[in-house]
Ligand binder design. Structure first.
Ligand SMILES: *[C@@H]1O[C@H](CO)[C@@H](O)[C@H](O)[C@H]1NC(C)=O
Ligand SMILES: *[C@@H]1O[C@H](CO)[C@@H](O)[C@H](O)[C@H]1NC(C)=O
Ligand SMILES: *[C@@H]1O[C@H](CO)[C@@H](O)[C@H](O)[C@H]1NC(C)=O
Ligand SMILES: *[C@@H]1O[C@H](CO)[C@@H](O)[C@H](O)[C@H]1NC(C)=O
Ligand SMILES: *[C@@H]1O[C@H](CO)[C@@H](O)[C@H](O)[C@H]1NC(C)=O
Ligand SMILES: *[C@@H]1O[C@H](CO)[C@@H](O)[C@H](O)[C@H]1NC(C)=O
Ligand SMILES: *[C@@H]1O[C@H](CO)[C@@H](O)[C@H](O)[C@H]1NC(C)=O
Length: 711
């Protein structure tokens, strides 16, 4: 099917009359357009339009046995170098680029990589071979062959796998490789035909759109070129116009980004969160209330429902699977939009957001958002030292844990990495039956500005009960001010966090997080010091909690606030907020307002037993069963504490395909059923090609140089 390649190109090259001189109007041109496209269906299996803007770019690709043919075709406005990038996120950081340009009269293809927003450097090992290239009247077309897995770790090359991943294209103004004049990101699976998105005609939907917000950093923000703005949405309100009841649960089947035409290039990423009414005082909150500076989400609105980044396609759930939103517990949603405004353009209003397709007839299965939380606050990770090029933390959810909490294998739909600005790398390795299956989602360099939800690698399409999951986050704190970087919500603090779309949803068993003991261990293990507490054999923990609640729970770092537990449990409305945070803080006598010292002291001792056990992994005085702490805490698990799990080595990279292989070396390795006449017609010296495994390699040796000289 793909072997007419040489003939087609060769003949076309010899017949300039066929060459493209026709002027093109955007709407008419599609993939494999017989007039404009030098790519034909015999040689190139697949085509995907990757940009409709100024350059109108198409990507052509053909997966072969262990290589991939990659083609680029821009219809307009290209005068210099052009590139396709294969990367883990859509940004420059960690991207590997194939750049094609003219160099001293010859066309060359280069394998480059970028670790930051800098000029992509040449890889030491060049894993690309040019098949052909041409540029005429602003149009550019080229084809290359690349291996499916080069194992070139220095150059960050990505293994080409059967998964949807984020890619990019870029064009420059001249043939001297320099900063791009335009670029874009898109998603593709180079091993499969592009998937047509199913029609949405039949589906009911509502839209959650930013209420005409001004793109401008709010008070308290730190980077005016990167405003983060949020808005609240009340499903009770939306239900009135859409026809569902205020507390009805909806099953979302598809989420599509809606971008305002005038401002779309400034919408960098959007995340839809659900708020939990449990603990969320929504009385003051209204539909379409805007939070002008919203790098940190409101505390009760953190359940991620939809992450989207530039170039992201619709999130479509499999048949019979719906993502639940709404219901009594999730009446409010918050949309966070990260705008990018590098030139500080003023007065722009934005109405972007998401179209939510849903059904009220609940589907068989619910999708969930699983979370691995290496750390989002100072209770989960100690601060990172500043001034270090590479600081790594790692957090494991042990095998016993997932075996106890998951009731079946879970299908993984998408994986997002989230750290803040010091984050450079994240990896999630999965160990099953003692074997390390590798990294769930490859991304060679993390980029805060390009957080994309990508599919897992084919080897780990499911997570099974009993899998051990290790999340590793790496930071570069060289430029951090002060001595430490704390874990926390603000952009200047750090996180190590991974939300994962999956199904079927595991109620209450899909969030796992590291835990550092925050109680002073001697509180658990030592007797009380005051006579009152000693006489009842109580612990120092119960006494400390009783005497100073804010100090005990560390919610008043300045130490300005002091009250004891009896006061709190006998007190009035001023403590309402406290009981939202800590609903079990007082015994039931709080309700009837007749708590005694003894009631509260006994309750403190009981609370301490739970806390010492679950927060520190210790028993509570006078019980001295467990006085030595475990090494590892995970709040999503039962039991909570483990000794540090063993992580076997990751599988060694297995190279697949080689762009530089010479056809002569391939001669005789294997016979493919290639029609005898095709190649001969192109070049009679090429009979050896008929015996090659990789047809593309033959083409190189036979047609490419000839073809190029004709160009
Ligand atoms: C947004 O605000 C501008 C200026 O106030 C107004 O002209 C425009 O009509 C508004 N658009 C929408 C969709 O509300
Ligand atoms: C909200 O208001 C209702 C009625 O005024 C009240 O019963 C409820 O306690 C309030 N909820 C919160 C979280 O303040
Ligand atoms: C822990 O508590 C004991 C008893 O109150 C105290 O002496 C010790 O300094 C505390 N340790 C820390 C690290 O705060
Ligand atoms: C306190 O604990 C000790 C040792 O476990 C025990 O002998 C004693 O009876 C206990 N006293 C009270 C008042 O419970
Ligand atoms: C507190 O009040 C409740 C209800 O009136 C009563 O059942 C309970 O015995 C009282 N407790 C004390 C210690 O007086
Ligand atoms: C401590 O040991 C005793 C006796 O073996 C047992 O009854 C008790 O349940 C243990 N406590 C904990 C917290 O394990
Ligand atoms: C190609 O030629 C060889 C020998 O000349 C012959 O055996 C083979 O059947 C031919 N293959 C096809 C597909 O025509």
């Amino acid at each position: 099917m793909m072997f007419g390649f040489v003939t087609q190109f060769f003949l076309r090259a010899l017949l300039p009359a066929v060459a493209v001189t026709v002027s093109i109007t955007a709407e008419e041109v599609g993939c494999f357009d017989p007039v404009t496209s030098p790519f034909n269906k015999n040689d190139w299996l697949y085509c995907q339009k990757i940009s409709s803007d100024d350059h109108e770019v198409f990507m052509y690709y053909t997966p072969l046995e262990d290589t991939v043919l990659l083609g680029f075709h821009a219809l307009k406005n290209t005068e210099g170098w052009t590139a396709l990038g294969i990367n883990g996120n859509g940004g420059m950081k960690g991207a590997t680029f194939i750049t094609v340009r003219e160099d001293g009269g010859d066309w060359i293809a280069e394998d480059r990589h970028a670790m930051d927003y800098v000029m992509p450097a040449l890889d030491d090992q060049q894993d690309v071979r040019l098949l052909f290239a041409k540029q005429e009247n602003g149009q550019t077309a080229w084809g290359v062959v690349i291996p499916q897995n080069s194992c070139d770790s220095d150059g960050n090359d990505y293994e080409i796998l059967d998964r949807m991943t984020t890619m990019l294209w870029a064009v420059g103004s001249s043939h001297t490789f320099a900063t791009h004049t335009a670029r874009g990101q898109f998603q593709a699976n180079l091993m499969q035909a592009p998937k047509e998105l199913p029609s949405t005609d039949e589906l009911p939907y509502f839209e959650i759109l930013m209420p005409n917000v001004t793109i401008k950093m709010g008070e308290g923000g730190t980077d005016p070129t990167n405003p983060y703005i949020c808005s609240y949405y009340d499903l009770a309100e939306i239900g009135q116009s859409s026809g569902f009841a205020p507390e009805e649960t909806l099953h979302v089947t598809r989420l599509s980004a809606v971008l305002s035409p005038e401002t779309k290039e400034h919408v960098h990423h959007m995340i839809l969160y659900a708020c939990s009414t449990d603990g969320f005082s929504y009385n003051g909150t209204k539909h379409l209330t805007v939070i002008p500076e919203c790098v940190s989400m409101p505390a009760d609105c953190r359940e991620m429902k939809w992450p989207w980044a530039v170039g992201g396609r619709d999130s479509i759930f499999p048949e019979k699977v719906g993502l639940p939103i709404g219901g009594a517990m999730n009446r409010f949603l918050v949309l966070q939009v990260h705008y990018y405004n590098p030139t500080l353009k003023e007065g722009m209003k934005d109405n972007s957001g998401v179209r939510v397709y849903y059904t009220t007839e609940l589907l068989e299965q619910e999708a969930g958002v699983m979370e691995f939380v290496g750390g989002v606050n100072s209770f989960q990770q100690p601060p990172l030292p500043a001034g270090e090029k590479s600081v790594s933390i790692s957090f494991t959810t042990p095998s016993e844990c997932t075996r106890n909490v998951w009731d079946r294998p879970l299908n993984i739909l998408g994986v997002l990495h989230h750290m803040h600005t010091y984050g450079t790398y994240m990896e999630i390795s999965v160990v099953r039956d003692g074997v390390n299956l590798g990294n769930l989602r490859p991304e060679s360099h993390y980029d805060f500005r390009h957080q994309s939800m990508d599919e897992p690698v084919p080897a780990i399409r499911q997570l099974w009960p009993g899998d051990q999951v290790t999340q590793t986050c790496v930071y570069d704190t060289t430029n951090a001010p002060g001595s430490f970087v704390e874990f926390g919500d603000t952009t200047q603090q750090e996180m190590c966090y991974t939300p994962i779309y999956y199904y079927p949803r595991q109620t209450d068993a899909d969030s796992f997080g590291s835990l550092i003991p925050w109680l002073n261990s001697s509180w658990c293990l030592e007797p009380a010091t005051s006579e009152e507490f000693q006489s009842s054999n109580s612990s120092l923990c119960a006494q400390t909690m009783y005497e100073n609640v804010p100090l005990f729970y560390r919610f008043d770092k300045e130490g300005e606030l002091t009250f004891d537990l009896l006061t709190a449990c006998s007190g009035g409305n001023e403590f309402q907020d406290l009981f939202y945070e800590f609903p079990d803080l007082c015994p039931t006598c709080r309700v009837t307002a007749n708590c005694t010292h003894d009631d509260v002291a006994l309750h403190a001792q009981n609370l301490c037993a739970t806390l010492c056990n679950e927060v520190n992994g210790l028993s509570l005085y006078p019980d001295m069963n467990r006085t030595k702490p475990y090494q590892y805490g995970n709040w999503g698990c039962s039991p909570t504490y483990y000794h540090e799990p063993y992580v076997p080595d990751a599988p060694v990279c297995q190279a697949r395909g080689n762009a530089n292989i010479d056809f002569i070396q391939l001669n005789g390795i294997a016979l493919l059923d290639i029609p005898n006449d095709t190649l001969v017609e192109a070049n009679s010296e090429s009979t050896a090609c008929r015996k090659a495994v990789i047809v593309a390699t033959c083409i190189l040796s036979v047609g490419a140089t000839l073809f190029l000289s004709v160009m």
